[in-house]
Design a protein around this ligand. Structure first.
Ligand code: UT7
Length: 321
């Protein structure tokens, strides 16, 4: 039987941290007290003008390949989850492929599931590997969300940041990814969206992120609780065997609720929302890489990843590291 295992991870955050007080100094009508109390966010990173998702992704990918102890030429599949691609086309994944100098025998494409994009990309790569068609996949979440923020909308612009996280997933005879569950309900699309596009050389509609925060909050708490329980059930493992929860990093209150439902103390939850803000598809692989590199997550441990984003689209994975 072929399984998909994590072989290495990497991540990248652009520039210096931008604190809540820095946002106030930039003229946003907010306060450190409001942002910290409502969300747990203290700082985030913003890419410099002109820096793209593929550039952040490439640095994270190079780290992940090094951690996996393989060569770029060994990668035969690249999937990038992003809602802020460099271009309408080609895909950001092909730009990463070019940056890595990989020419042939490697498929590359993007996945769009907003803040759940990394979980969707992971599920896709896992299925390619388990089918036997591919041996070693690079799965990346990369975003420059700062480009789609309306700085006049304080209810959203204080929440998001830029960054990238990457994972090399490889074929193995030992279980790695044990269970995955994906869901979507497009009826909620107006609650979290960028409802614009380009046509005829013009921006059509609204090119900024819009969110009904309370509706997203309520749905997220319930959906994440359910999907985390679902992957534990699908994997057929005891809930007590979970060593780490790595949730999408949008709001510390949503994260705390998820941890409670899984019976996990906060010491077993990786949180980076305080220092990264919400980096959408990049948030889960960024948090994972932080906790692997600082030695918290160790080989043999069991982790649950969970995410939710626009659509709504949500999902989870249970993985033996
Ligand atoms: O990544 C995708 C998933 N996204 C999420 O999970 C986000 C889920 N939602 C949330 O995290 C929360 O709903 C928010 C953090 C976005 C908002 O928190 P809230 O407790 O739901 O606040 P609210 O939207 O109900 O706003 C409460 C008050 C309002 O003032 P009034 O009308 O009560 O006077 C807002 O105008 O807070 C005000 N407000 C702010 N004040 C200072 C909104 N944004 C800000 C701000 N600074 N940045």
């Amino acid at each position: 039987m072929i399984f998909a295992r994590i072989a290495g991870t990497g991540s990248h955050l652009p520039g210096e941290p931008v604190t809540n007080d820095d946002l106030v100094r930039r003229g946003i009508d907010t306060s450190d007290e409001w942002i910290t109390t409502r969300t747990g966010i203290r700082a985030r990173h913003f890419a410099a003008p002109g820096v793209t998702s593929s550039e952040l992704a490439l640095i994270a990918a190079q780290q992940a390949i090094e951690a996996a102890g393989c060569a770029a030429a060994d990668i035969d599949l690249i999937i990038v989850a992003t809602s802020t691609p460099d271009f309408i086309f080609p895909s950001t994944a092909t730009l990463v492929q070019a940056g890595l100098g990989i020419r042939n025998n490697c498929a590359a494409f993007d996945v769009q599931a907003v803040c759940c994009g990394f979980v969707y990309a992971l599920a896709t790569a896992e299925k390619f590997i388990r089918s036997g068609s591919n041996q070693r996949a690079l799965v990346i979440g990369a975003e420059v969300f700062s480009r789609i923020l309306d700085w006049a909308d304080r209810s959203t612009c204080v929440l998001f940041g830029d960054g990238a996280g990457a994972m090399v997933l490889e074929a193995s005879d030992k279980p790695g990814v044990r269970a995955m569950a994906l869901h979507a309900d497009g009826n909620h699309h107006p609650d979290l969206c960028v409802p614009g596009n380009v046509a005829g050389g013009q921006v059509t509609g609204d090119p900024f992120l819009r969110m009904n925060g309370q509706a997203v909050f309520k749905f997220a708490v319930k959906a994440l609780d359910e999907v985390a329980q679902e992957v534990v059930g699908l994997a057929g493992v005891p809930q007590e065997s979970i060593d780490w929860l790595i949730p999408h990093q949008a709001n510390i209150r949503i994260i705390q609720s998820s941890a409670r439902r899984l019976g996990l103390p906060m010491e077993k939850v990786v949180t980076t929302v305080d220092i990264h803000g919400n980096t959408s598809a990049a948030s889960i692989p960024l948090a994972l890489d932080c906790a692997i590199r600082d030695g918290r997550i160790r080989p043999g441990q069991r982790i649950v990843l969970e995410g939710i984003g626009g659509g709504f689209a949500w999902g989870a994975a249970l993985i033996d590291f």
